[in-house]
Design a protein around this ligand. Structure first.
Ligand code: PRP
Ligand code: URA
Length: 209
């Protein structure tokens, strides 16, 4: 079974509280999502392989670790996942970025795919799918289904707010995909929104409330 990692850190908790507040404006919301995404990128990449290479410091020759491949793709689920890309590229500037467009049908809550553009060498890249919200899990499962058609490399799912229902659904559909999230909230409401959550992440990021 995959790993589920929930960040447990006072800075993360504080930042989450700021984006949960309904009065937090778009500018601040976007800034904090960016900050949290950098922290998540740090955590999500902690298993990347390094190889020792020989270098010379001003004092001696020494073997020191360097990333083995840097073969990474970050794939935001549009729209809200776009807000997490910069947080990743702050730490991994050479990552290639793919895009997958999915929205939840308002009635059925089922994901509808409307856009796909992946790096053409995706099959060589470890993939980090980013989306602030993991609610029913439908969007994440659909994104993973699609990406697995193009690569057999490891895929990780990185969220800001997840909930038990979404985690269970993703683990059932894709037991090989690790989930890294800033928080695991309580539950879904009847309208399939996460409680306490932060509302509609896309609307809050892009000011379309
Ligand atoms: C939100 C969110 C996820 C999805 C999560 O996107 O960004 O992609 O809902 O819900 P699920 O786990 O039940 O699928 P939304 O469909 O609202 O589209 P948007 O990002 O364009 O606003
Ligand atoms: N999508 C969101 O943006 N927020 C939720 O709480 C659930 C799905």
């Amino acid at each position: 079974m995959s790993k589920v990692i929930e960040l447990n850190h006072p800075l993360v908790k504080h930042k989450l509280t700021q984006i949960r507040k309904k009065e937090t404006n778009t500018n601040t919301f976007r800034q904090i999502v960016n900050e949290l995404s950098t922290i998540l990128a740090y955590e999500a990449t902690k298993d990347l392989e390094v190889t020792d290479i020989e270098i010379e410091t001003p004092l001696v020759k020494t073997f020191q670790p360097e990333l083995s491949g840097e073969n990474i793709a970050v794939v935001p689920i549009i729209r809200a996942g776009l807000g997490m890309v910069e947080g990743f590229t702050n730490l991994i500037p050479n990552a290639k970025i793919g895009h997958i467009g999915l929205y939840r049908d308002e009635e059925t809550k089922q994901p509808i795919e409307y856009f796909l553009k992946l790096p053409n060498d995706i099959e060589n890249r470890e993939v980090f799918i980013v989306d602030p919200m993991l609610a029913t899990g439908g969007s994440a499962i659909a994104a993973i289904d699609t990406i697995k058609k193009y690569t057999q490399k490891p895929i990780k799912l990185v969220d800001i707010v997840a909930c038990p229902e979404g985690i269970e659904a993703v683990q059932k559909a894709h037991p090989d995909v690790d989930i890294i999230t800033a928080t695991i909230d309580e539950k879904l409401n009847d309208d399939k929104y996460i409680l306490p959550g932060l509302g509609d992440a896309g609307d809050r990021l892009f000011g379309t409330l």
